[in-house]
Design a protein around this ligand. Structure first.
Ligand code: SAH
Length: 228
């Protein structure tokens, strides 16, 4: 039988966990209809995952006892996705798939040709959490604040992250990506000539994902699969 996994935003210590998160409690009691004695798997990004059994299930809170602790599966690389803001449903698809592919950080990117400006942090966070629970990884990607293209380039250079700028007609097709790698994906209108010029000046590699023009969300998924 498959046991569902849940992310807990709290320390897991001392053999017992108290669940006071309304959403999680609601899922357990009313969606999954858990009862005292039901076993589940919980993780909180501390590098482990825990088999837990429900000991108490009240009206708003639950308590579980930890039965087993084992090393969690974590992404092997520290992958960053700098994803241009695109339509909300496409952005959501991208972050869900990126989580499955092992991205550790997602940075919404504002570029010269971006025409979307809004992000729904709460909803995006929920998508990241659910995708992590479903795919078996032991941590949830970090969702960062929106960054401008120029700030993002300075950021990767300060943090020693190797960036690849996805661009149709880019120089590189096959990449041997280092541990700390970032993929930059442009908006519907692509990166501007100025932005591409800055990348060239900084000697940042442009990554080709084939001869055709991909949608930004397709490019993100294919691009990440080359870097993992
Ligand atoms: N009209 C734009 C296309 C943008 S597609 C243009 O002509 O450039 C959105 C983003 O997806 C691009 O900015 C790029 O980052 C990525 N992308 C799309 N197709 C690609 C390809 N064949 N190779 C690499 N990146 C690609």
């Amino acid at each position: 039988m498959r046991i569902d996994r849940f992310f807990i935003n709290a320390p897991i210590e001392g053999g017992r966990v108290h669940i006071a998160d309304d959403n999680l409690f609601h899922q357990w009691k009313h969606v999954f209809r858990y009862q005292v004695g039901t076993q589940t798997i919980i993780f909180n990004g501390d590098g482990y995952e825990y088999t837990a059994v429900i000991e108490e299930l009240g009206n708003r809170e639950a308590t579980c006892a930890i039965l087993q602790k084992k090393k969690a599966l974590l992404p092997e690389k520290d992958l960053w996705l700098f994803m241009s803001l695109i339509k909300k449903d496409k952005f959501e698809l991208t972050i869900q798939k990126s989580t499955e592919l092992g991205v550790n950080h997602i940075v919404p990117l504002e570029t010269e040709f971006s025409n979307e400006r809004r992000i729904d942090i709460k909803r995006f966070q929920k998508i990241l959490t659910e995708a992590s629970e479903q795919c078996g990884r032991g941590n949830v990607p970090v969702l960062h604040d929106i960054m401008s293209f120029t700030d993002a380039l300075s950021f990767v250079s300060e943090e020693n992250i190797t960036p690849y700028i996805a661009h149709q007609g880019g120089e590189e097709g096959i990449v041997n990506a280092p541990i700390k790698t970032a993929l930059f994906i442009g908006p519907e209108g692509g990166f501007s000539p100025d932005e591409l010029h800055i990348c060239k000046e900084k000697a940042y590699g442009t990554l080709s994902l084939g001869q055709f023009i991909l949608r930004a969300e397709t490019a993100a998924i294919v691009g990440l699969s080359k870097l993992i």
